[in-house]
Write a protein that binds this ligand. Structure first.
Ligand code: FAD
Length: 335
């Protein structure tokens, strides 16, 4: 048996006019638009094909579907992207060089890509508590998104973990549906802004649990669902049961932007900055769409909308080159 030489083992270098990183709603929508513009896009899926919606169950706010399972929706998006001419690649981007065009992209499989334009749709991940019981009930009573799942808890009792603006806003939002909302926080004061704090502390449906953390999520197996949590007093270690039907973890999100540090302008939390009303980043020809640049809405439909914008802007960039890039030169925020 002859040994393979290094050049034989290495995958062929590839080129794409539009290379999309990420397979959530932003990436797939960018792919559909770029493919329908005859740009033969290539989409690299990453570690989580389908993105965040693959770890949830019912989605009730995707337009056109009364209710759809998150994983099913993402399979349909992938099929649509392929149907119109996208090449979907099962791989992970490990390195990018944005200092000259075409951009250079390396992947886990060792493929070297070059791309005339790049759409970054790598999303974000919610921060979780890190408990096995939290993972077990994820999508079955444990959530990281009140806007997405609050509606399922009409007349029920829920808890929110966290002390920042997101946690407080989620708790206030949940009062529209829930019978009572418990706010669980490790400290005895909130990091949220004063207005939000005042609204929360005055709200008759909200009960605050200071110096507390969730030690365990408890529930039933059939059907899988949450029935309560064990609260641990962080000072004494004492455990107290709290009966709830849903747990919302609101301790922050982490955008998947480590590949682009030092190459693209980002805010202090690592979200990619884009020009106003645009997905154009600080590097001409590079566009960012979805949760990777959006810490405000974090919805499938807004991510998809930005994916559409990114593809249209990439198309314009390819047609008009540097002239289209002028708008990007204005993305100097944080520079
Ligand atoms: C549990 C849960 C329930 C939710 N429910 C709803 C809901 O009901 N309705 C709603 O509108 N929204 C919901 N959301 C929010 C919604 O899922 C996100 O807003 C949306 O998925 C963001 O889409 P995105 O395309 O920006 O990124 P994501 O969905 O985060 O996808 C990111 C993609 O990038 C890929 N990627 C990352 N790094 C790399 C890399 N190095 N190389 C290649 N690929 C990479 C990943 O594999 C993934 O495919 C929910 C979120 C969660 C966590």
């Amino acid at each position: 048996m002859s040994e393979m030489t290094e050049s034989e083992a290495r995958p062929e270098p590839r080129h794409a006019k539009v290379l999309i990183i990420g397979s959530g709603p932003a990436g797939y929508t960018a792919a559909v638009y770029a493919a329908r513009a005859a740009l033969a896009p290539v989409l690299i899926q990453g570690l989580q094909p389908g993105g965040q919606l693959t770890i949830t169950t019912e989605v009730e706010n995707w337009p056109g579907d009364t209710v759809v399972q998150g994983p099913d929706l993402m399979v349909r998006m992938a099929e649509q992207a392929v149907h119109v001419g996208t090449e979907i690649v099962s791989d992970i981007v490990t390195q990018v060089s944005l200092d000259r065009r075409p951009f250079a992209i390396e992947t886990d499989s060792g493929t070297h890509w070059t791309a005339d334009t790049l759409v970054i749709a790598t999303g974000a991940q919610a921060r979780w508590l890190g408990l096995d019981s939290e993972t077990r009930f994820s999508g079955f009573g444990v959530s990281a998104c009140a806007t997405c799942d609050g509606f399922f808890f009409r007349g029920r009792s829920v808890a929110v973990v966290g002390g920042g603006n997101t946690a407080v806003e989620e708790a206030l939002f949940l009062t529209k549906f829930a019978r009572e909302v418990h706010l669980i926080h490790r400290r005895d004061e909130l990091r949220a802004d004063k207005t939000n704090q005042a609204r929360l502390l005055a709200h008759p449906k909200i009960v605050t649990h200071w110096h507390s953390e969730v030690a365990e999520v408890e529930g039933t197996s059939a059907p899988l669902g949450v029935t309560g949590v064990q609260l641990r007093d962080v000072r004494s270690g004492a455990l107290t049961p709290l009966a709830i039907d849903g747990l919302f973890v609101a301790i922050g999100h982490v955008p998947a932007t480590s590949l682009f540090v030092g190459q693209l302008n980002m805010d202090e939390e690592g979200y990619i900055l884009t020009a106003p009303d645009s997905t154009a980043t600080s590097v001409p020809g590079v566009f960012a769409a979805g949760d990777v640049k959006d810490k405000l809405y974090r919805q499938a439909v807004t991510a998809a909308g930005m994916g559409c914008m990114a593809a249209l802007e990439a198309e314009r960039f390819l047609a008009h080159g540097e002239a289209a890039a002028e708008v990007q030169a204005e993305v100097l925020v944080g520079a």
